[in-house]
Design a binder for this molecule. Structure first.
Ligand code: FAD
Ligand code: FES
Ligand code: FES
Length: 493
């Protein structure tokens, strides 16, 4: 159970504004991957929450008539990466958010939450700075639109007025047309680690590709809030596109960045890599813009071009708003909600305490003990389940959000007489075992991979499984089991 005072579920944007005004102490919860973790850690203990998770009108990406790209604030990282509009016009944003956390975090974490938490390391933030994004806020006085640089006030503080919620992030046509970009996240691990430094650049080249018409350079963790390197940008505009000039621009960022010492890295190290990352990102952006060939420009190290993922049909249920009301027990003051959902193919209904996580509900109400309680802060993957076709860490998913959803756990993989599924058998055949805590969650990630019907490389499989932290025992064997089952299902083995 979370240490939560009360939960209020908004039915619309106007309703969310009303609830925020009625309960001025209440905090917004979107996907909860920051809020619930902080609540577990005691930082938001006893908080009252307004949930906007059910507001499907805030999900998705559309192109407006004037060419503005509108990203709903509740759009998850994984849906941004897969979105065709993002892929076509501002692919670097999809690439940047594909580096956040692991697969389960990318399914629950929203771009609104990532920018509203005011954190300088947020993977979307520096890229949005480089796209000159505009933040749209709805509140008691109507709609307000402000440039992202004005939205960030100081570390952990953004310009959200009483009763306001962020409804969208807008990228105007003039901000992306003719630009190509690149984002590099420097972190100590490839997954489940926040950026030591992040650098996102966009360039616009002259028609003959020989001159920098415009250069935008943005950083995360180079200061208390995400920032643009304005001196370096000014130095770059109008310069000829040469390796020497890329070096010159990169060296100028020293005038802009103000990183600090932290346990992750020293100020001096961050200053050093801010120049390096700028140069590397510039080279790659220039190459994408058609300005330099691979031979003219050294290969980019420590960064990957993320292959565009195919657009998957949004499942019907993921757009299904909650259909039940929260009820308050008059005597105890405790809040409950009737949650009706499909679990492992069976319709289920139970009354849950609003403070319960989905792990609590699955284990306590349905005895689905394959769903383990490990870290309980979204890091280990032991509680991983499939909700409407995507993997989520159920420890940082409120049980009340399960209303109307289709949930699958390891127990649902077996046949009617307890026959094992092909992937479970493969784990046995390949001795692909982590401990009893870790294995069920890993198998559920494997199920999501296999059900995509795609063929993945070994490296891609590693990335898909990166939401599972532990490497105690048979990690290579796990990869073998998933790879072999994938090939068998595709008729290639
Ligand atoms: C294991 C783990 C790994 C992570 N790794 C990364 C990483 O590598 N990179 C990274 O950038 N982040 C990372 N995160 C942080 C987190 O996933 C992101 O910040 C995420 O985008 C937050 O979105 P959310 O919807 O879950 O936000 P929530 O937790 O629901 O909210 C976050 C904050 O924003 C406010 N808020 C949310 N939506 C709105 C809105 N529409 N209007 C107004 N206020 C709003 C909330 O009140 C809260 O203060 C990680 C988290 C975990 C648990
Ligand atoms: S990720 Fe949920 S228990 Fe660790
Ligand atoms: S903790 Fe489960 S295998 Fe390491």
């Amino acid at each position: 159970m979370y240490d939560m005072k009360a939960l209020h579920e908004a039915k619309s944007v106007d309703d969310a504004v009303r609830l925020l005004l009625e309960y001025p102490q209440a905090q917004i919860i979107a996907g909860g991957s920051d809020v619930l973790v902080q609540m577990r850690e005691g930082k938001r203990a006893g908080a009252e929450l307004v949930s906007i998770y059910g507001l499907d009108e805030l999900r998705g990406v559309v192109m407006e008539e004037d060419g503005t790209i509108r990203i709903g604030s509740l759009t998850s990282f994984s849906h941004i990466t897969k979105d065709p509009i993002i892929q076509k016009y501002i692919n670097v944003l999809g690439e940047a958010v594909d580096m956040a956390g692991g697969p389960q975090i990318r399914n629950i974490g929203t771009i609104g939450g990532n920018t509203c938490n005011g954190v300088t390391s947020a993977d979307s933030a520096s890229t949005l700075f480089a796209w000159d994004a505009v933040i749209e806020l709805s509140g008691p006085d109507g709609i307000r639109r402000i440039p992202i640089k004005d939205f960030y006030i100081k570390a952990g503080k953004v310009d959200l007025r009483p009763g306001e919620i962020q409804t969208a992030i807008l990228i105007p046509r003039e901000a992306y047309e003719g630009y190509e970009g690149y984002y590099i996240k420097y972190a100590m691990r490839n997954a489940m680690d926040i950026a030591t430094l992040g650098c996102s650049v966009n360039v616009k080249l002259s028609e003959d590709k020989k001159t920098f018409t415009d250069v935008r350079i943005a950083y995360g963790v180079a200061g208390p809030v995400p920032m643009r390197a304005v001196h370096a940008e000014a130095a770059g505009r109008g310069l000829e596109v040469t390796e020497e000039n890329i070096g010159k621009i990169g060296d100028t960022v020293f005038e802009d960045v103000t990183p600090r010492d932290s346990w992750r890295a020293s100020k001096a190290f961050r200053e050093h890599i801010s120049k390096l990352l700028c140069k590397r990102a510039l080279r790659e952006a220039v190459r994408r813009a058609g300005g330099m060939t691979e031979e003219q420009s050294p290969a980019i190290l420590n960064s990957k071009t993320v292959e565009a993922l195919e657009k998957k049909e949004q499942t019907e249920a993921s757009s299904g708003a909650s259909c039940h009301m929260i009820m308050t027990d008059a005597e105890s003051g405790k809040q409950y909600k009737l949650v009706r959902c499909r679990i492992n193919g069976v319709e289920r209904e139970t009354m849950v305490d609003v403070r319960a996580s989905l792990t609590d509900m699955l284990r306590n109400d349905y005895s689905l003990t394959s769903v383990k309680k490990g870290c309980e802060v979204g890091e280990c993957g032991a509680c991983n389940v499939i909700i409407d076709g995507e993997c989520y860490n159920s420890c940082i998913y409120l049980a009340v959000w399960a209303d109307g959803k289709e949930i699958r756990t390891l127990e649902g993989l077996m046949g009617p007489d307890g026959e094992l599924s092909d992937i479970q058998q493969a784990f046995i055949d390949e001795a692909a075992v982590q401990c009893g805590f870790c294995t069920p969650g890993v198998i559920m990630s494997a199920v999501e991979i296999l059900e995509s019907g795609k063929e993945y490389t070994r490296d891609e499989l590693r990335k898909q499984l990166s939401g599972h932290l532990c490497r105690c025992t048979g990690y290579e064997n796990i990869l073998n089991a998933v790879e072999k089952t994938m090939k068998k299902r595709l008729g290639k083995l």
